[in-house]
Design a protein around this ligand. Structure first.
Ligand SMILES: Cc1cc2nc3c(=O)[nH]c(=O)nc-3n(C[C@H](O)[C@H](O)[C@H](O)COP(=O)(O)O)c2cc1C
Length: 334
């Protein structure tokens, strides 16, 4: 008789994930360092650094600055460019990370740049799909807004890429999109297979003595524990708007943090900042989810996904049973 499936296991995007915990874009390069620090069997997958058409050297140092609730970074999408990724990075991933589900993150300033990167990588082996980083500013003709803020631009990126690849396509949204609804609908209608929520929030850390910004570039993207409630909220909002699989990211550092995202509607989570503080955090978080599931009598992640009880009608006692009937999320008020 076959042993019962592990609680962490699930099939999504046509692939088997042995853990719901992935490493987030930009926080593990192209995976080179992880084989030295992690048991790959404990890792659900990873998302590469965002790849652009041309190599980018990135912003002036310092590029990261910590504060008690997280960090800000302004890396400037430093990456070797699509040709080097094609020639060196993806062949290395194919040879060394066979059992790791890899999404290649893609960035650009025009829909054509996204399609160009995807078109130049799609025929290679060794990775599962693409994650479109739509937090980059779009071209100046559209006002330089992040694609995630501009549903028409977002739709045109996703539709262009969708025409080129049949691989799973994740669309990564921004936490400060004024209204998530149009962005979620535009992504879904133009062919996304899943949504990743969220990217970093704009942030500025100042040195009170020198009066200067802690980062060489000035402001940056804020991540870590301070982002968790924002990410869980965005995931929950998105789960009310779409049935697409959701990937939660922002401030995950423990098994119970990950479970908050599952309850909000995510099937997978990603870890970024926490793995700078503890390079083995993805394995530890996987173990913690498994232990917590056992303590709650949960035998499958499905029993958690989307079952959050939110709002005045949710009641306060007892463990959550079935999810409440979907209703539009109320606007947030302070
Ligand atoms: C140093 C650093 C670099 C990042 N680079 C990228 C990137 O290239 N592409 C992207 O989509 N997100 C990037 N992110 C955002 C993360 O993927 C993630 O969305 C964010 O950090 C929130 O997760 P966390 O709180 O677990 O770090 C980066 C984050 C950090 C901290």
């Amino acid at each position: 008789m076959n042993p019962p499936p592990d609680v962490l296991e699930q099939t999504l995007f046509g692939a088997r994930f042995t853990s719901p915990v992935l490493l987030a874009a930009g926080t593990c390069g192209f995976g080179e360092a992880i084989i030295e620090v992690m048991d790959l069997a404990q890792l659900g997958g990873l998302v590469t650094k965002s790849v652009t058409v041309e190599p980018r050297w990135g912003n002036p140092a310092p590029r990261v600055a910590e504060f008690p609730a997280g960090m800000v970074n302004s890396i400037g999408l430093a990456n070797p460019g699509v040709e080097a990724v094609r020639r060196e990075k993806l062949p290395w991933i194919r040879d060394h990370l066979q059992d790791v589900r890899v999404f290649v993150s893609v960035a650009g300033h025009t829909p054509g740049e996204y399609a160009d990167v995807v078109g130049r990588l799609d025929d290679l082996d060794g990775f599962l799909g693409f994650e479109l980083n739509l937090s980059c500013p779009n071209d100046s003709r559209r006002g330089g807004l992040p694609f995630a803020f501009d549903p028409d631009a977002l739709a045109s990126v996703v539709a262009d890429v969708r025409r080129i690849t049949e691989r799973p396509l994740l669309v990564k949204l921004a936490p400060n999109t004024p209204d998530l609804g149009p962005a979620v609908r535009a992504a879904e209608e133009s062919g996304a297979d899943g949504l990743t929520l969220v990217n970093t929030l704009p942030g500025l850390v100042l040195d009170p003595r020198t009066r200067r910004a802690a980062l060489g570039a000035g402001a940056g993207g804020m991540s870590g524990p301070a982002l968790r409630a924002v990410g869980v909220h965005a995931t929950w909002r998105a789960s009310r708007l779409t049935a697409l699989p959701l990937v939660g990211v922002g401030g995950v550092a423990s098994g119970e943090d990950a479970v908050q995202y599952f309850l909000a509607g995510a099937s997978l989570v990603q870890i970024g900042t926490a793995s700078f503080w503890d390079p083995r955090s993805a394995g530890r978080v996987s173990d913690e989810i498994r232990r917590f599931a056992r303590s709650q009598g949960v035998r499958s992640l499905r029993e958690w996904v989307g079952t959050a009880r939110v709002g005045p009608d949710a009641g306060t006692e007892g463990p959550a049973g079935a999810a409440p009937a979907a209703s539009p999320a109320p606007a947030v008020q302070s």
